[in-house]
Design a protein around this ligand. Structure first.
Ligand code: T5A
Length: 249
C-alpha cells in the first residue's frame, strides 16, 4: 500500500502513522464556500469506503480526498481493511503473509474478526464524534475476494457473507467509491512494486472474478456504490471522485 499522493507534496506515511492519521481538526467554520459538499453534511460524520481490484489507485485517491477534507476543515480519520485497529493490523499481517496457509472459511472469518475490532475500536467511535471515516476497503471487498475470487460467486457463500454483515456490521458506509479499471491495468500499476502479498500472488482469473464481485455489489447496491472510472492520471481520478461526492452528499 502506498501513501504518497501523486501531484501533491506529501511525505510518505509509515503504517503505524497511517493508523493514527487524522485531520488537523481545523474548526468547521473554516469550510470554504467553494466546497461542493454542503455545509450541512460537513457537520455530520460520514462513512466513505473505497473499493476496487488490486492497484486501481485507492490509496492515491484517498490521499487526494483527505487533502480536500483538510482544506475544508472537515475532521476525519483515514483507515483501512483488513486492519485499521491494533488487533486488526495483527490479523492483517497474518492474512497478507504469503507464508500463511488457511482454509477459505478461516480467511472469511478472520476478515470479519478484523472488521469487528476495527468497527468497535475506530470506526464507530469516530462516527459518534462526528468525524468522517475514510476507509480503504470494507465489506464489498469480502464479497468480491472471498465470495467471488475464492468461492466463484457460490450463492451459499454469498449468503454466509450477507449473514455475517447483517450480524456483525452495525453501520454500513454511506457511500462507497468503487474505482473501476481493467484488471490487467491495475495489476500493471501494482506490479511496479517489489514484493507481492498473499492476495497479489493470485492469478489473473482470480482477479477477474473479484472484478465480477464488484460489478455484482454495484448492481445490488446502486444507491450506496458509486462506480468511478479509474483510468487516466491521478488528478483526473481525484476530480471525478470529488465531483461524484458533491452530487451524492
Ligand atoms: N481483502 C481485503 C480481502 O480479501 N477481503 C477483505 O474483506 C478485505 C477488506 C489488502 C488485500 O486484502 C484483500 C484485498 C487485498 O488484496 P492492500 O495492501 O490493502 O491489501 O491492497 P490493495 O488494497 O490492493 O492496495 P494497493 O496499494 O495494491 O492498491 P491501491 O491502493 O488501489 O493503489 P495505489 O494507490 O497504491 O496505486 C498503485 C500504483 O499505481 C499508481 C500509484 O502511484 C502506485 O504506484 N497509481 C497510478 N498510476 C497511474 N494512474 C493513476 N491514476 C494512478 N493512481 C495510482
Amino acid at each position: 500500500m502506498t501513501d504518497q499522493c501523486e501531484g501533491a507534496i506529501s511525505p510518505p506515511v509509515s503504517e503505524p502513522e497511517l493508523l493514527k492519521q487524522t485531520s488537523s481538526s481545523k474548526p468547521k467554520e473554516s469550510l470554504s464556500s467553494s466546497l461542493p459538499i454542503s455545509q450541512q453534511s460537513s457537520s455530520l460524520g460520514r462513512f466513505i469506503s473505497f473499493e476496487g481490484t488490486e492497484g486501481v489507485g485507492k490509496t492515491t485517491a484517498i490521499s487526494s480526498l483527505c487533502e480536500r477534507l483538510e482544506e475544508a476543515g472537515i475532521d476525519y480519520i483515514r483507515t483501512r481493511e483488513p486492519g485499521g485497529s491494533d488487533f486488526a493490523e495483527q490479523l492483517r499481517a497474518l492474512l497478507l503473509n504469503p507464508q500463511t496457509s488457511i482454509h477459505d472459511d478461516t480467511e472469511l472469518l478472520l476478515m470479519f474478526a478484523a472488521r469487528c475490532d476495527h468497527l468497535h475500536e475506530r470506526i464507530l467511535p469516530a462516527l459518534a464524534a462526528n468525524k468522517w471515516v475514510i476507509c480503504d476497503r470494507f465489506i464489498d471487498s469480502t464479497v468480491a475476494y472471498q465470495g467471488f475470487g475464492r468461492a466463484h460467486g457460490d450463492p451459499k457463500v454469498l449468503d454466509k457473507i450477507n449473514q455475517l454483515i447483517a450480524g456483525f456490521v452495525p453501520r454500513l458506509p454511506d457511500t462507497t467509491i468503487w474505482l473501476d479499471l481493467p484488471v490487467y491495468e491495475g495489476m500493471r500499476r501494482a506490479g511496479k512494486r517489489s514484493q507481492a502479498d498473499r492476495f497479489e500472488q493470485e492469478a489473473l482469473d482470480f482477479f477477474t472474478r473479484v472484478h465480477q464481485g464488484f460489478v455484482h455489489q454495484a448492481t445490488e447496491h446502486p444507491n450506496r456504490i458509486l462506480q468511478i472510472d479509474a483510468s487516466g492520471n491521478s488528478e483526473e481520478v481525484a476530480l471525478r471522485i470529488w465531483q461524484s461526492l458533491s452530487v451524492d452528499l
